[in-house]
Design a protein around this ligand. Sequence first.
Ligand SMILES: [Zn+2]
Length: 62
Amino acid sequence: MQITHCDKCKKPIEGNAITAGYGFLCRVELCRECGKPVDRFLKKNNLLVNKSANPKEKRERS
Ligand SMILES: [Zn+2]
């Protein structure tokens, strides 16, 4: 099993990591503690990287 490390505090992330992306090449994964303010910011600005669903893409197709 792959262990993801937080890009900020370098601790191993337990459970779901918060993935922040700036385009496709630059991605950071944060633990919940470090990702909390980032997560709020990203959600506010619709920048949160969602691995499972992409509603924007679905809308463009239909
Ligand atoms: Zn962290």
